[in-house]
Ligand binder design. Sequence first.
Ligand SMILES: [Zn+2]
Ligand SMILES: [Zn+2]
Length: 151
Amino acid sequence: MVEEDGQSGGCLCGAVRFQVSGPTLWHALCYCESCTRAAGAPVIAWAGFPSAKFEVLAGTLTIYESSPGVRRGFCGRCGTTLTYQKNPAVLPGFQDDVYISTRSLDEPGAYSPDEHVFHGERVTWLEMGGDLPRHETLSPEHAHRQLLGRT
Ligand SMILES: [Zn+2]
Ligand SMILES: [Zn+2]
């Protein structure tokens, strides 16, 4: 989690533009099969924000529901992976926080990741350096917050 005060971002072709305001709720490198297939890459960084802190400024997110209640947003023109969001109406008890693909931000280096998640699902030849916590699935703190909400 960091305290920077938000920034803009968008897809590769520029059709979709958005802004977020900080701080991040969570920032992780995810290796899970769904995220990496959706991104077409062996790892993707997600920075989480309360849904009220995310605003689309131009264009429209195209949504693909990858499993019931899980909405993945991307640019329908260039295909850039942009967002991940759970729908509490379908998944009771979950937060509707929006995870932004960190690399779609204009200053992706502004937020440092907190941890590696779903490390157990990574492609076998991928080994990242550094000493961030590595979780086989989700960290207990993240799973707890997703389910029980914040105060
Ligand atoms: Zn685009
Ligand atoms: Zn994932």
